[in-house]
Every structure is written in C-alpha cells, then in structure tokens.
Design a protein. Structure first.
Length: 250
C-alpha cells in the first residue's frame, strides 16, 4: 500500500512506480492503521452524512414534484372555473340581449301593424267616398246632395283626426361590446422560478455567531462574521443578504 499515492501496489510496482515514494506499507498494516486511527470510521461517518443529505435532497425533490403537480392542477382548475364563469356570463348577457331585442321588435311591429290597419281602413273609406261621388249619373239629385254633405262632413272629421306615419330604426352595439373580450389575445405565460442550490452549500441565514472582537475600522458596515472550516472568514455587512469573504492571511 503506497501511502503517498493512496493506492494499492504489488511487488513489481513497488520497485518501479513507487520506488521513490516515502512510505509503502504492507496491506495488513495499512488496514490495522485505518482501524486504530479511526480513519475508517471517520470516512464511514462522512459517507453516512452525505447519504443523509442525499436522502433529504431526494425527499425535497419528490416534495417539489408533488408541489408542481398540485400547483399545476390548481392553476388548471382556476382557469377552467373562470372560463366556465365567462361562458355562463356571456350566455346570460346574450340571452338578455335577445330577449330585449325580441321585446322591442314585438312592440314596434305591434305599433306598425296598428298603423297599417288604420291606414288600410281609411284608404278603403276614401275609395268608397270617391266611388260614391263619381256615380253622379246613377244618383238622383237629392241623394247626390245628401251624399256630398255627408261625405264632406266625415272627410273633414277624418282629416282633423290627423295621421302620423311611424318610422323605426333598430340599432345595437352588442357585437362590438362582446368583441372587446377578443381584445385579450393571449394570457401571460406561466411564471417559473427555478434555481439550483448546491447540496453542501453553506447556509448562514440561521447561524449562531459569537462576537470575538469589535471592528471599529469597518465604520459600522461589518456587523458580524464567522470562521469557515477551510480557514476563511465571512464578514456580514449591514446590507441584507450580503457577505464579504476575507483572506485571513491577506
């Protein structure tokens, strides 16, 4: 076992590849040293810690997938419900519009029908008057004078009654108003906020810090800090979510 290269070696490579290495031990001795020094146990603990991290990452990944499914289902349900409400609302508007149109048409056609009937009756009466007055050869003088006086009196009454010719125009802006719904040509895209965080990233948001000394020269900008395992120092500034890495040997 070559300790320098941390790899197994045989009798041949000991004399070739590893002949200049400082420490080449027997495999039995290496195994015993790994056990007695606790190196083997330490590596096993580190592996278990990493395994726990992977398990937690797996759980969080599955939880996120479940969140995506539930959220997408909720978004689909909400948009479908709004669509159904819009359809029902538009149908109700159109039905009310159709009923209003039918009522207006019925009223105006009724007025026009009454007018047409009245005009028709008076037109027939005028035709009768004209026919009576034109039959002078077949009518005796007394009857002719009587007819003339009667027709003149009735004609005067009719003309004094007056007659108003109705005119009707129908107009509706329903199509234009409903068409404004079509102005919404596209719904905004679904917003996705996705980010990747290193599994072994250092999270300082909930870290407990102990003040060792004050830094008066920082001018109050640096409000805290901590030492990392690799020897670096992280200084926390007064600005939210910011930290300043410092070289301890600089």
């Amino acid at each position: 076992m070559c300790v320098d290269h941390e790899e197994l070696c045989c009798a041949e490579c000991v004399c070739t590849k590893h002949r200049k290495c400082n420490q080449v031990d027997e495999i039995e001795k290496t195994a015993e040293n790994l056990i007695q020094s606790g190196t083997l146990e330490k590596l096993g603990q580190e592996i278990l810690q990493h395994n726990d991290v992977f398990i937690q990452a797996k759980i969080e990944g599955e939880t996120t997938m479940k969140y995506i499914d539930e959220t997408s289902d909720r978004i689909l349900e909400e948009s479908s419900n709004v669509r159904n409400k819009l359809v029902r609302h538009i149908n109700a508007l159109i039905e009310a519009h159709h009923n209003d149109l039918a009522q207006k048409v019925k009223e105006q056609k009724g007025r026009l029908a009454t007018f047409v009937d009245t005009v028709s009756d008076r037109q027939l009466l005028m035709a009768q008057y004209s026919q009576t007055l034109s039959d002078t050869k077949k009518t005796s003088p007394p009857v002719l004078v009587q007819n003339y006086l009667e027709i003149k009196r009735q004609f005067k009454q009719i003309t004094e009654l007056g007659c108003y010719k109705p005119s009707v125009k129908l107009h509706s802006d329903a199509s234009g108003q409903l068409s404004t719904i079509l102005d919404k040509c596209q719904i905004d895209d679904v917003k996705v906020e996705a980010k990747s965080t290193p599994i072994w990233d250092i999270d300082l948001t909930s870290a407990n810090m102990k003040m060792v000394c004050e830094l008066p020269e920082s001018g109050g900008i640096v409000t805290g800090g901590c030492f990392l395992e690799n020897g670096d120092i992280v200084q926390v500034s007064e600005f939210p979510k910011s930290h300043l890495p410092v070289d301890p040997f600089g």
